[in-house]
Design a binder for this molecule. Structure first.
Ligand SMILES: NC(=O)c1ccc[n+]([C@@H]2O[C@H](COP(=O)([O-])OP(=O)(O)OC[C@H]3O[C@@H](n4cnc5c(N)ncnc54)[C@H](O)[C@@H]3O)[C@@H](O)[C@H]2O)c1
Length: 416
């Protein structure tokens, strides 16, 4: 990144917006708006053909995604949606298409985004901020799709107002203390909390979870997950939170390839990083004083097994949010191979008719459906507060370990 571009980012830190003249910012946002987001830069700064932001590629529609769907209730949960940033996440998860949801109101701090979001969600009511929206007594549940550093604070605010809450990842941003506060707030509220970890409803991870539960994998001896997302220049973000982001502060997509299969956790970690050659990942150029663009964590699991979980921003090449596992009774890497002759039903649950599975491997619709059904059925959602914190805290401690040259560190454990 040139010094000039860095000034663009620095401006973003102050006011939360990329400057209007920033071509880079414009391209990232424009691309997301058109649904064919444009990262569009090579390392040399030359334009490439438009490509979607990784994860937002359009998947082929599945004509069977609603086969055998049965409503669990005819009640409509009254929902508020917050955050329409560069990923337009508040509108991306199909709340507005779910038969058990009425979108009551939407909010984004930036008026243009707020009105675009209202249009996208077919909702007339807007509030200028989350803090205003949560005062609306008619709202029962809120989806928090704001900037990552605000998730924990915003979710606590929602819970304090007596509403269920779903949060985009990560649960908290680099702070174990924020995780503790969130955990206490969820427990004392008795309300539902769910983190929308997209890997949790990937087709392969769902299959692994079903086979694991049926005993077809046995105890997992080794799990591997990776989130590879090359960002020579960071995607725009509110107040620049993506600039120089420590990789393991964003660990949930990769960590899911153990936690979201088994329901278990990581107990200790040794993680290594390499000082990055990428400009925004140099300590002087980001607010985290972070030097690492790739962090590779080796972890002990709660079953006594092993895991290798990787996050990388600075290695060009094949990207993705992927994983695979090896257990005492079988392994899964794209398909099951193991001692069981018959595997259980590995399909994802049916979605209500008219609801799209959406992006990130067709996971969006499933996350919303799970959250809404958990409220209707008064049960914990799949990615409940303990799974969300176990997924996120392991990465925060992994980054601490990388800063100490790979020292083994204990990871706090969360259980409801
Ligand atoms: N695969 C995935 O799960 C995945 C992919 C992309 C993004 N995300 C997550 O989704 C979230 C949103 O991503 P993004 O890139 O759109 O973020 P962003 O930083 O571009 O935008 C955040 C938006 O939140 C709004 N906001 C902040 N505080 C607010 C408040 N108090 N009230 C109302 N609005 C407020 C801002 O105005 C901004 O428009 C992030 O936390 C990110 O981590 C997850």
């Amino acid at each position: 990144m040139s010094t000039k571009l860095l000034h663009g980012s620095a401006a973003g830190f102050k006011d939360g917006l990329f400057p209007p003249h920033s071509r880079r910012g414009f391209l990232h946002r424009f691309g997301a708006l058109t649904g064919a987001a444009t990262l569009g830069f090579s390392g040399a700064g030359a334009f490439a053909a438009p490509t979607p932001i990784q994860g937002f590629e359009r998947a082929a529609a599945d004509p069977n995604s609603s086969k055998d769907w049965q409503p669990v209730s005819d009640r409509k949960i009254r929902v508020g949606l917050v955050g329409y940033g560069v990923c337009q996440f508040g509108a991306q998860f199909g709340f507005q298409d779910h038969p058990n949801v009425q979108v009551v109101a939407v909010s984004d701090l930036l008026p243009d985004r707020c009105s675009e979001m209202a249009r996208a969600c077919r909702c007339a009511k807007t509030y200028p901020s989350l803090e205003q929206l949560v005062k609306d007594d008619s709202i029962e549940a809120v989806f928090v799709a704001t900037d990552a550093p605000s998730h924990a604070r915003h979710c606590i605010e929602v819970l304090r107002h007596g509403k269920h809450v779903a949060s985009a990842v990560p649960a908290m941003f680099g702070s174990l203390e924020d995780g503790e506060k969130l955990f206490a707030a969820v427990k004392s509220s008795g309300l539902k909390y769910m983190m929308f970890e997209t890997s949790a409803f990937h087709e392969d991870l769902t299959a692994m979870r079903q086979i694991y539960r049926a005993g077809g994998l046995g105890k997992l001896l080794y799990s591997e997950g990776e989130y590879f997302h090359y960002m020579e220049t960071p995607i725009d973000s509110f107040k620049g939170w993506r600039v120089g982001l420590p990789p393991q502060w964003y660990p949930t997509h990769s960590n899911a390839y153990y936690n979201c299969i088994t329901g278990g956790s990581y107990t200790e970690v040794s993680c290594l990083g390499v000082p990055s050659r990428v400009e925004h990942l140099k300590p002087a150029n980001n607010p985290y004083q972070n030097a690492f663009g790739s962090e590779i964590a080796f972890l002990r699991t709660s079953e006594g097994g092993m895991a290798r979980m990787a996050v990388s921003w600075d290695t060009p090449g094949l990207g993705g949010e992927k994983g695979r596992v090896r257990g005492q009774r079988g392994s899964f890497d794209g398909k099951y191979e193991g001692l069981e002759k018959q595997v259980p039903d590995i399909r994802r649950p049916p979605l209500p008719p008219g609801m799209s599975p959406g992006a990130h491997g067709g996971s969006h619709g499933h996350l919303t459906n799970e959250f809404i059904n958990a409220i209707l059925q008064n049960r914990q959602p799949l990615v409940d507060i303990s799974m969300a914190l176990n997924l996120t805290a392991a990465g925060i401690v992994a980054h601490q370990s990388a800063l100490k040259g790979g020292e083994w560190l204990k990871i706090p454990q969360y259980k409801l």
